[in-house]
Design a protein around this ligand. Sequence first.
Ligand code: TPP
Ligand code: SF4
Ligand code: MG
Length: 333
Amino acid sequence: MSKQAEYPDINIPLLRQQQQRFQALTPGHRACLGCGEALAARLVTEAAGPDVIIANATGCLEIFTTPYPESAWRVPWMHSLFENAGAIASGMEAALKAQGKLTKVLAFGGDGSTFDIGFQALSGMFERGHNVLYVCFDNEAYMNTGVQRSSSTPHAAMTTTSPPGKIRMGKRHLKKDILSIIAAHHIPYAASASVAYPSDIRKKVRRAMSIEGSTFLLVHSPCPLGWGHEGDMTIDVARLAVQTGMFPIIELERGELTGTMPIRHSRPVKDYLKQQKRFRHLFSGKQQAEEELEHLQALANYNMERYGLKGNDPDALDSEGADTVGRGKIRWA
Ligand SMILES: Cc1ncc(C[n+]2csc(CCOP(=O)(O)OP(=O)(O)O)c2C)c(N)n1
Ligand code: SF4
Ligand SMILES: [Mg+2]
């Protein structure tokens, strides 16, 4: 008797749909409601699967997942210092290699750790070509210690160390172009992604996991507390960052641009900024504020031009969030 005849009521496709994905990061951790970083970490680890070991730099992700003596992790996980996740991950990888094990090493850091304080160790790891996927959860400030500006904080954003006042409109400097710096290491694969596009994150993680060598993923991860939006707006805010050109979604192979997420219906930068209290001072109507708004729009236009983000192809990712991505000349959903 065939299996189908023996169990006539079993709907295999439905069962598959309902089957839980492997979750390395379990619910019950202590992130704020709507935390983009928590969602991003869940998506990344789901896609990476169970055979991983994680080095996690100090920051919100480390703190809210491991309040002693608890842990929300179901995979081997190690807390590194703020400044040395790259070095710890390098050591893990070398040790696993010596033991002949295929377990993949992941390294996690926030933007403060990645762009600023842990950059030296990260650069060394890339230069030596360790077989590690490094993921930066970019919430654009030092959130864990109370929202201080980092070199990833966008121009004109308010943080506790870049307050708007009579002289300045929030942060004076530009967001560091980390992907160009990473590209200069000529690692096999580096990409940006956003929590607004989960299947794109999954594809990029799987891609990076399949590569023997150093890979890098920058995931835009809104922080309701530091950005000043409601927790249920996290995905909308993240999507607007992409649609306005403020956060370009790109892929680089050996330093060359090979993929972009095209934007069919671009939105004005104001639509993104006005959702967040960190940019509230830009809507005062004052001349200086108007000039900053123009400046931010010019920065977004520059991103659009630089990466050729405006896409008219029928398959281009549309602003409603369809999850189709152009990779080089190949299109895949
Ligand atoms: C060398 C060092 N400097 C400063 C700190 C304090 N510190 C801990 S977490 C943190 C902020 C982390 O920011 P980020 O890496 O962006 O992660 P987030 O909390 O935003 O996710 C800081 C400044 C530290 N632990 N070690
Ligand atoms: S402060 Fe921001 S990054 Fe940290 S747990 Fe809360 S929402 Fe997440
Ligand atoms: Mg941060």
